[in-house]
Design a protein around this ligand. Structure first.
Ligand code: UT7
Length: 327
């Protein structure tokens, strides 16, 4: 009896910025961004829409849909690379406070765009071993606050938003998080990072802030890794579970770039229609992108009990992985 996803929630800021709008202040175009990434819009937070606030709203929606209160939650796991506070406290604790639960465990997961994939497996483990019976796994990101909006190489790629799932103990049905593959390639740690502000390169009192605290990425290097990571994870997940491509109903990848998914689909000989893609509307929301996609699919009536779903994540670390879910 595996832990299963019993409810979903999401939150995206109302403010929506199109490629054309970006092109008013940046040397770029809708045509370039769409053809290189598949991205058409992104949502951008207001001052009130903090990382914790968006995560809280997504979590509250999941709880409301299930008809339970936050006091029933035993653990909150939050994937984010845009925490409200640097290093501490964890955004999970802020979300716990906003939800009004004053006792459950709360922990942030630092696995970047693979964080939700890691979080599902961690949550499943805590439920299956009896430590918890109801867990919120949340991905929430406010990437607009860590981007250099003058750098066309990076800022066009990302957006803000949150997705949340409620994990519960299985009731004997085949539904659940069946298994996962979780990997990392630490030799690529410098391909995508925040170079400043950590203890190895801290800010110095009185210094004038430059641009090196913004998200820094070697796009081509990450692209090559991402195509390889997608290919390997999907192949290994199918092999591990004895699944053929035809038996898989949906693949829900991290929504980084349509070209990455197209290249991986071609290599693995998987029809592109099996992949659910929504980066056109939300751009890359890092740890939030997979739960946001799942919530989006549910809203469109695409998720049906018994479907076989694979997730695949990849990102800074470099981390990568995937889950096999029977919905
Ligand atoms: O969660 C994981 C997050 N990371 C990713 O998803 C990033 C993965 N990487 C990528 O998706 C791609 O590498 C990018 C979309 C970031 C870039 O695409 P590319 O085909 O690798 O372009 P490039 O970096 O090789 O640049 C090609 C040209 C350059 O001009 P020159 O030097 O050839 O004259 C860039 O300056 O495109 C230029 N360029 C742009 N032009 C218009 C780069 N960004 C832009 C832009 N608008 N926004």
């Amino acid at each position: 009896m595996n832990a299963y996803i019993s409810s979903l929630g999401h939150y995206v800021p109302e403010k929506r910025v199109s490629n054309d709008e970006l092109a008013k202040t940046l040397d770029t175009s809708d045509e370039w961004i769409r053809s290189h990434t598949g991205i058409g819009n992104r949502h951008v937070s207001s001052d009130q829409e903090t990382t914790a606030y968006m995560g809280y709203k997504a979590a509250q929606e999941a709880l409301d849909k299930r008809g339970i209160g936050a006091e029933e939650i035993d653990m909150i796991l939050v994937s984010t690379i845009t925490a409200d506070y640097h290093e501490m406290p964890g955004t999970s604790c802020l979300i716990q406070d906003l939800l009004g639960n004053s006792i459950c465990g709360a922990m942030d997961i630092k696995a970047a765009c693979s964080g939700f994939v890691y979080g599902l497996e961690l949550g499943k483990g805590l439920i299956n071993n009896g430590t918890a019976s109801k867990i919120l796994v949340i991905g929430t990101e406010r990437l607009s606050r860590v981007l250099n909006w003058k750098d066309r190489n990076n800022c066009i790629l990302f957006g803000d938003g949150a997705g949340a799932v409620l994990l519960e103990k299985g009731e004997g049905s085949p539904r659940g998080i069946i298994n996962s593959i979780l990997r990392a390639e630490g030799s690529g740690f410098d391909a995508l990072s925040h170079p400043r502000g950590g203890t190895s390169n801290p800010f110095i009192e009185g210094e004038i802030v430059g641009t090196d605290h913004y998200l820094d990425m070697d796009g081509r290097r990450v692209y090559n890794f991402a195509v390889r990571a997608n290919t390997v994870i999907l192949k290994d997940l199918m092999e591990k579970n004895g699944l053929t491509v035809d038996e898989v109903d949906w693949i829900v990848p991290h929504q980084a770039n349509r070209r990455i998914i197209e290249a991986a689909a071609k290599r693995d000989k998987i029809p592109l229609e099996k992949f659910y893609l929504n980066m056109e509307e939300f751009a890359n929301t890092s740890g939030a992108s997979i739960p946001l996609a799942l919530a989006d699919m549910e809203k469109k009536g695409l998720l049906k009990e018994g479907q076989k779903i694979l997730t695949v994540g990849f990102g800074a670390g470099l981390t990568y992985g995937g889950n096999y879910i029977i919905w």
